[in-house]
Write a new protein. Structure first.
Length: 433
């Protein structure tokens, strides 16, 4: 698997034509300086406009964080937003059927949300569209920084626009280059970061020294904290009220930091749901990339069969889409995901981190380490069961006060201004309106 990953990385560098840009810091610095001048000139030229076309790329509803800023623009006379559903997890060894399945799910999500959207795929002609020529955007928001889509939907194709990216998760681990120093990060007009921690990481680790980084808060958590959002109950109906627990396994079953415990506990978690069927419900919320990894490891048939089993039990369900409502209507989370280590803390509900081994503890950044310390921790199935019985069912949540204090000190916006409003103001100020 590591060899295939390396081959895929080389393939992407060739396909995207950015090998020299990625390998030569001096050339990248020159390129960024040149691009910054173009961005300033672009803004000056656009200031005479009365309305701006804004393109949002949507790859997967699970990582979609732009709903609140889209809604603000939708009701503004200044901006005209449109969502483009683009392919997700496209690489040298990708499964085309799985790619199109995820796209159709994303299109269904966009339709259900009432977005003004277009698909990047022409199903009749079986070809990929040129979204840039169709939309003619002034401003482009990207969903991910990686080259896991087609080149025509990546930042390189939109360098004559104002380009913006807010992290689809919250940065908790020490992969500073990936989060702050890819060519993508340096070439952006605005890199929207969550806290002063992440702003400092951008200043320290990026070639552009964070000159494009703006602190806005965690955009994807806005509906958790603004008090106005009313969640939909997405849980399977039960004959009696039960505690609602989310199990969210990470995708790193094969490389990198190996956070994921999925291959160790995949059968045990189904058995746990059966054992506590009169007291709990479990929603299986896998990382979007996990399924692709499992298809390569298990094969498609076994992977599909396993996912389907989570919809078969009375008290279990499979959740592959947006998780805002799922989080808000849950009672607890069990996981081994880096970003969820911070994100679920915005709900102030009890949360358990499944610690694979001591190596996991070495990879938190300073912010992530503080978030990790607000969790209960488990190293075995017995400790997971204890968390369910004692903390979730019995309600002995001894860390509640600690989590609430952490939320007030680090997570809730000190100025009370929501992230979407900050983005809106950044754009208005830049455009002089």
């Amino acid at each position: 698997m590591k060899l295939l990953t390396a081959i895929d990385a080389i393939y992407k560098n060739i396909r995207f034509g950015d090998l020299f840009l990625a390998l030569s810091p001096s050339y990248q610095r020159w390129y960024v300086q040149r691009l910054r001048k173009r961005q300033i000139q672009f803004i000056l030229e656009k200031r005479s406009q009365t309305r701006y076309k804004v393109l949002f790329f949507l790859q997967n509803s699970s990582i979609w964080k732009y709903d609140t800023i889209y809604r603000l623009m939708e009701h503004s006379e200044l901006f005209d937003p449109v969502v483009a559903v683009s392919p997700y997890n496209v690489h040298l060894f990708y499964d085309n059927d799985e790619c199109l399945r995820v796209m159709r799910l994303a299109e269904g999500f966009a339709k259900s949300q009432g977005y003004n959207y277009i698909s990047s795929y022409d199903y009749d002609k079986k070809r990929w569209k040129d979204i840039k020529s169709e939309v003619k955007p002034d401003i482009v928001f990207f969903s991910k920084p990686y080259k896991d889509t087609l080149p025509k939907y990546h930042l390189y194709h939109f360098q004559d626009c104002l380009t913006v990216y807010a992290l689809y998760g919250i940065n908790c681990i020490d992969i500073y280059r990936v989060n702050y120093n890819l060519p993508f990060n340096n070439l952006l007009w605005k890199l929207l970061v969550e806290t002063s921690f992440q702003k400092g990481f951008a200043e320290q680790y990026s070639l552009c020294k964070g000159d494009n980084a703006e602190i806005i808060g965690a955009l994807g958590t806005e509906n958790f904290i603004n008090g106005k959002y009313v969640p939909t109950d997405v849980w399977k109906p039960q004959a009696k009220k039960k505690k609602r627990i989310i199990w969210a396994p990470h995708h790193t079953v094969d490389y990198l930091f190996n956070f994921s415990n999925f291959l160790v506990y995949c059968e045990d978690m189904l058995q746990l749901a059966e054992d506590y069927k009169d007291k709990i419900q479990i929603a299986f919320k896998p990382h979007p990339v996990l399924k692709v990894k499992l298809i390569n490891i298990w094969g498609k048939e076994k992977t599909e069969a396993y996912y389907n089993r989570w919809n078969e039990l009375e008290n279990t369900q499979l959740e592959e889409g947006n998780y805002t409502d799922l989080f808000l209507t849950s009672d607890a989370l069990i996981h081994d995901c880096a970003s969820f280590t911070a994100e679920y803390l915005y709900t102030q509900k009890p949360v358990l981190f499944m610690v694979r081994d001591e190596n996991v503890l070495k990879h938190w950044n300073p912010f992530g380490e503080q978030c990790f310390n607000q969790h209960y921790h488990a190293h075995s199935m017995d400790e997971i069961r204890h968390f369910i019985e004692d903390v979730v069912i019995a309600g002995n949540d001894t860390m509640r006060g600690q989590r609430e204090q952490f939320f007030k000190q680090y997570l809730y916006p000190a100025d009370g201004i929501m992230p979407s409003e900050k983005i809106f103001n950044i754009l208005k100020n830049a455009l002089g309106v």
